[in-house]
Structure formats: structure tokens, C-alpha cells
Ligand binder design. Structure first.
Ligand code: NAP
Length: 266
């Protein structure tokens, strides 16, 4: 499978790295175009892929064209790429750029829209994706293989879930990093050395999430298992509930969702 990337920034590099690490593609099969000479140097030196400053050049002969530029650059890039073969599939990870704007901007029928998240950088991302109905099975499999290289992937048959995923799993790492930071600060506040507090919280976060996944129980049931009558956890939970943590998280996701939807409506 030949893959042409337009944009070799944070996410473009994360994808290249994962594709090579998982053996989905070889360096010779990957071309990346980027306007930044520094980015081109990094990609060439670190991964040995073909690099260019010409977006059309990177997409020449590619089975899959990955659009990995910022959303505000997408319009310009789409019109530059107009005229690509209908046999080429375009996979966009640009936030808020809808299937309709991809299809119209490119004059192309076969597009995939995906929303990965930041842990894709370590091959442990969560990507939600959808595709135009007419896409061939082989192209669908190529998209799945590319996205699975970055971690978990979930296909959805309705685009409405992409903006929702943007607010939940796309922005999710930001919420969870904030919680890790705040709990580490709390550990320091009660007298623990910072590195120790951070390690305790990071491991607790990972293992708690894994417990939900592995044990298959409702999170409330797991929470109750940690909360003994009159104990320490219930004291902490009282503060979180009276401070409105639940509704705050709801509001955060709703605000992010509204923002994602408004980006797509522009
Ligand atoms: N970062 C995330 O966690 C994340 C998660 C999900 C989805 N996304 C989406 O992924 C896309 C890429 O994000 P990113 O964080 O990787 O951005 P980024 O680091 O800024 O990467 C974009 C790269 O494209 C280059 N570029 C800009 N205009 C170009 C053009 N016309 N032709 C070719 N290259 C061009 C940029 O160069 P300059 O820096 O010189 O402009 C930069 O190196 C965005 O649309 C974003 O919504 C990101």
C-alpha cells in the first residue's frame, strides 16, 4: 500500500511512526509533503520516508492520501489536490472538516474522515472513523489498517458521531491530563514528593481504566468496591460531588461538542 501524507506535523509523524512500527508500510511506500523544511528534515532523518514540499508530488501514485494539516489549511490543500484519481482514497484527520467539504473541495467521491487522539503518538490512540458509502471494501480495509496502526479504531456509519468523538476521545486526553496534574498537585499539597505523587496517580489512572475494561463491571460498581462505610474514599467523593464534578464534566463535553459542530458548519 502506497501512502501519501499532506502535512507531516505532530499527527502526520505519529501516523508514519506507527505505520512503520506495525509493518503496515515500508519507508519506500510513504511520501510526505510539508511546507516546513524542519519537519521534512525530521521525517527524512528519523524514518527514511520520501519527502517533498510539493503536495501533488506526495500524492502521486498513492493508494491512500492522508490529509494531516490544520483545519484552517484544509480548504487550500483540497483545491490543490483537485483532479486526483477516483481510485485514490483520501483519509482526513482534520478536525471539523466534514465529508461534504472534503468531497466538494476535492471533487472526489471516496473519502474517509477520522478523529484520532493524542495517544496515537505512542501507538495507543483511539480513532473513530467513517467513510463515504461508495467506498470499496479494499479501501475500507486499507483505512482500517492505517488507523489500527495507531491503536484502537472504531468505524461508525454516521458522520454525526465524529463531532461527538472529537469532544469525548479527541479532547479527552486534555481533560485527563488536567486531572492527573491536579491530583499530583494534591499529593504535593499533603506533603508527598512530586515525582512520587505523579507516579502514583498515573499508575492509578491506567489501572482504573483497565479495571473497567477487564472486569466488565459498571464504573459505579467499581467505585462502590473502593468506598467503605465511613471511610476515606467517601470523604473525598463527598467533596467531588458537592463541587459538581459530574455536571462539570458533562458541561465540558457539551461545550467541546458544540465547538466541534460549529467548526464543521463553517
Ligand atoms: N494533535 C492532535 O492531537 C490531533 C488529534 C486529532 C486530530 N488532529 C488533526 O490533525 C491535523 C494535524 O494536526 P497536527 O497537530 O499534526 O498539526 P501540526 O503539527 O501543525 O501539523 C501540520 C503540518 O502541516 C504543515 N502544513 C501547513 N500548511 C501546509 C500546506 N499547505 N501543505 C503542506 N503542509 C502544510 C505544517 O507546517 P507549519 O507548522 O510550518 O505550518 C505542519 O508541519 C489537524 O487537522 C488536527 O485537527 C490532531
Amino acid at each position: 500500500m502506497r501512502i501519501g501524507f499532506v502535512g507531516g506535523g505532530t499527527m502526520g509523524e505519529a501516523m508514519v511512526k506507527s505505520l512503520l512500527a506495525k509493518g503496515v508500510a515500508k519507508p519506500v511506500d510513504i511520501s510526505v509533503s510539508d511546507i516546513s523544511p524542519a519537519r521534512r528534515d525530521v521525517l527524512k532523518e528519523s524514518y527514511g520516508v520520501q519527502i517533498t514540499d510539493d503536495n501533488r508530488e506526495a500524492t502521486k501514485g498513492a493508494d491512500v492520501i492522508v490529509l494531516a494539516v490544520k483545519p484552517q489549511e484544509a480548504g487550500k490543500v483540497l483545491s490543490e489536490l483537485r483532479g486526483i484519481s477516483q481510485k485514490q482514497m483520501v483519509l482526513s484527520i482534520a478536525a471539523g472538516v466534514t465529508m461534504d467539504s472534503l468531497k466538494q473541495g476535492l471533487g472526489h467521491d471516496y473519502v474517509v474522515r477520522a478523529m484520532p487522539n493524542m495517544p496515537a503518538q505512542i501507538g495507543e490512540g483511539m480513532t473513530v472513523w467513517t467513510a463515504t458509502p461508495g467506498i470499496m471494501q479494499k479501501q475500507r480495509e486499507m483505512a482500517q489498517a492505517i488507523l489500527a496502526a495507531m491503536g484502537e479504531e472504531m468505524y461508525v456509519d454516521s458522520e454525526k458521531y465524529i463531532d461527538m468523538a472529537t469532544a469525548l476521545s479527541g479532547s479527552g486526553p486534555a481533560y485527563l491530563f488536567l486531572i492527573i496534574e491536579a491530583l499530583t498537585d494534591a499529593g504535593v499539597h499533603i506533603g508527598m514528593p512530586r515525582p512520587m505523587a505523579e507516579r502514583l496517580i498515573v499508575e492509578t489512572m491506567i489501572s482504573s481504566a483497565r479495571s473497567v475494561k477487564v472486569m466488565g463491571k459498571h464504573p459505579a460498581e467499581l467505585k462502590n468496591m473502593v468506598t467503605s462505610p465511613g471511610g476515606t474514599s467517601t470523604e473525598g467523593l463527598l467533596q467531588l460531588e458537592s463541587g459538581g464534578l459530574r455536571s462539570l464534566l458533562l458541561k465540558a463535553v457539551i461545550a467541546a461538542y458544540n465547538k466541534a459542530s460549529s467548526l464543521g458548519a463553517k
